[in-house]
Design a protein around this ligand. Structure first.
Ligand SMILES: Cc1cc2nc3c(=O)[nH]c(=O)nc-3n(C[C@H](O)[C@H](O)[C@H](O)COP(=O)(O)OP(=O)(O)OC[C@H]3O[C@@H](n4cnc5c(N)ncnc54)[C@H](O)[C@@H]3O)c2cc1C
Length: 567
């Protein structure tokens, strides 16, 4: 037992007395949690150690968390960050993230690994990703009668992607995506750059730190849900990559309205929150806990996603390799399929990855897999070939069903943790600084509509941009020469990063709205879209439509004339 942990039990009585004196009602687990305990040894600790280097923890071992740690690892080797970067994940690594379902990742998320040519782990990750997947080249949109609204051609490898300044799309099994990153993380772990702590649930941060810019994470004690214990190490930066239901987002996100929760600025998000205009001071009255909950909360997107890998080959179907999305009218009815080839030993296997979205409570509530498959087939009766054949050739038990949920708002980083704690608990942490920084990455930053199929891409890109921001702040602090990083500069660069991530999201949501408007007739404009817009779109020659599609696609990935790939 470490001295730190021993201290917790000895100061139990004193801590409970302290917490009883608190002005506000604390969450039920909080009273039991050691986060309310005072560590007597630490009260005498210096505010910062000589030559203190930035120490980073990553919470979450999904693709966003692993990518974050991998991008930061070279900074540890350069001596800019303290070693190692700790990843705390709730997962059991033998079983988690091991689904066969095919997923798409854009090259904007893969390029940062590819271009880090001096880093063996990054090359390892990139090469194994490429080997495991298939570049999607021919794509198109169709209507339920099978006619094509448009077709386009995506780059078939990264060289073509560079030449055309056009992103490429890799399709691979979810488990191969995760395993590729995980192998690279283990490479770094063997060299002491990263340390991974599995089956560790982070419940909150220790809120009584005496250090100005760092604190411990609190880890739930196994077998005792009410009790959390602090980590041995303290961290200046906590990367919250703990997914859609992020506990760190729920607790610390969205407290300061001007910075923490932002509208994405598009009609894709109905009923905007009553947030004061940019630059206006948000008083406590303007921004209450109920609004914060809405700001950080999830919304039901009113459809279910059914996914599978069909064993039919393109040859058997008599089709070329064109991936297509077919858009119905209303009820979020949509079908998409992409051919995916992946290695199994010395062989190659081919699957047609498909997904269906629809809003039909009867299908969503059906628990018998075979009956649910029958209902899906019935729903898509009359849609063009080979939709039904693809679904029929998928084992009913292998069809995944996910209710579509998404965050309504992105969460900006926590730049003044002490202020947030003071707001929540009524007591400021006992130190003179602003506390550690919390940066949200991946689904914890914002879970986007699954229909956009860019969650991995946005998360992995976000991890790289976060690394670039941190790297900028790894310089001797002018205001405190004992610090080998500059917390004031870090705050500034994190704000800039946040702005750039918001712009990226706005691009994605706006592009999706446009495509959705053109492709999926619904509501009052439905008749106009079906009777006039669709036929007009069909009549326009592909030569004209295809470059427009490419523009919209690039825009959806945040690549605009003012922002280029990888920015
Ligand atoms: C139906 C559907 C289809 C999709 N298709 C695509 C697609 O084709 N392409 C695409 O790019 N995206 C797709 N997405 C989105 C994609 O799955 C997510 O965006 C992605 O998984 C998010 O990765 P992440 O690392 O942020 O979170 P996760 O993968 O959820 O990982 C979170 C990690 O945090 C850990 N964790 C959670 N809480 C704690 C805690 N308290 N303490 C410690 N660890 C914790 C978990 O154990 C896990 O390891 C799809 C999503 C859905 C629902």
């Amino acid at each position: 037992m470490s001295s730190l942990h021993r201290l917790i039990s000895t100061s139990l009585t004193q801590s409970i007395q302290t917490s009883k004196r608190r002005k506000r009602i604390l969450p039920s687990t909080y009273v039991l949690s050691p986060s309310s305990f005072k560590f007597s040894t630490l009260t005498t600790a210096p505010q910062s150690l000589p030559g203190e280097r930035l120490r980073v923890a990553v919470v979450g071992g999904g693709c966003a968390g692993l990518s974050s740690a991998l991008h930061l690892a070279p900074l540890v080797e350069k001596g800019l960050l303290a070693s190692p970067i700790d990843i705390y994940t709730h997962d059991n690594h033998l079983t988690a993230h091991q689904r066969d379902i095919g997923v798409g990742v854009w090259s904007t998320a893969l390029d940062p690994f590819r271009l880090e040519q001096d880093r063996p782990s990054h090359q390892l990750a990139y090469k194994s990703l490429i080997q495991a997947g298939t570049w999607v080249t021919n794509v198109g949109y169709r209507t339920p009668d099978g006619s094509w609204l448009m077709k386009s051609h995506l780059p078939s490898n990264h060289l073509e992607a560079d030449q055309r300044n056009m992103p490429a799309l890799l399709f691979l099994r979810e488990k191969d995506l995760w395993n590729s990153l995980s192998t690279a993380v283990h490479w770094e772990q063997q060299r002491g750059m990263i340390q991974i702590h599995t089956q560790q649930k982070v419940t909150q941060l220790w809120e009584q730190s005496t250090r100005p810019f760092s604190t411990h994470l609190m880890i739930e004690k196994q077998g005792n849900k009410g009790l959390s214990l602090p980590t041995e190490r303290e961290y200046h930066v906590i990367i919250a990559a703990d997914g859609t239901h992020s506990l760190l987002r729920q607790q610390y996100g969205g407290h300061d309205v001007e910075r923490r929760v932002r509208l994405t600025g598009t009609g894709a998000l109905p009923m905007p929150l009553d947030i004061p205009a940019e630059g206006q001071h948000a008083s406590a009255a303007d921004w209450n806990e109920m609004q914060r909950q809405t700001g950080i909360g999830l919304q039901d997107r009113h459809y279910t996603v059914y996914r599978g890998n069909s064993v039919l080959t393109r040859n058997e179907m008599g089709l070329d390799d064109t991936s297509f999305q077919t858009w119905g009218t209303g009820n979020s009815m949509r079908f998409a399929t992409v051919p995916m080839v992946y290695p199994v030993g010395n062989r190659k296997e081919e699957r047609q990855v498909w997904f269906i979205t629809c809003n039909d409570p009867e299908i969503a509530q059906e628990t018998n897999p075979s009956k649910r498959q029958d209902l899906l087939l019935e729903k898509f009766q009359g849609w063009h070939d080979p939709i039904r054949r693809i679904v029929e050739a998928t084992g009913p038990n292998e069809i995944l069903a996910d209710r579509a949920i998404a965050h309504r708002y992105a969460t900006s980083p926590v730049l003044n943790f002490n202020h947030v704690v003071e707001k929540m608990r009524g007591i400021r942490p006992p130190n003179s600084g602003s506390g550690p920084f919390i940066i949200f990455v991946g689904d914890a930053f914002m879970t986007i509509d699954p229909i956009l199929a860019q969650g991995f891409t946005v998360g992995m890109e976000g991890a790289y941009i976060m690394k670039k921001a941190i790297e900028k702040a790894c310089v001797k602090c002018e205001r405190d020469s004992s610090l080998n990083y500059d917390p004031y500069l870090l705050e500034k660069v994190l704000r800039e990063r946040d702005e750039s991530r918001m712009k990226r999201l706005v691009c994605l949501l706006r592009a999706t709205e446009l495509v959705q408007f053109l492709g999926q007739p619904s509501g009052t404009l439905g008749q106009f879209q079906t009777k006039i817009l669709r036929p007009v779109v069909q009549m326009i020659p592909n030569l004209i439509k295809s470059p427009i599609f490419d523009r919209v696609l690039k825009y959806s990935l945040g690549i605009t004339p003012f922002r280029t790939k990888g920015e």
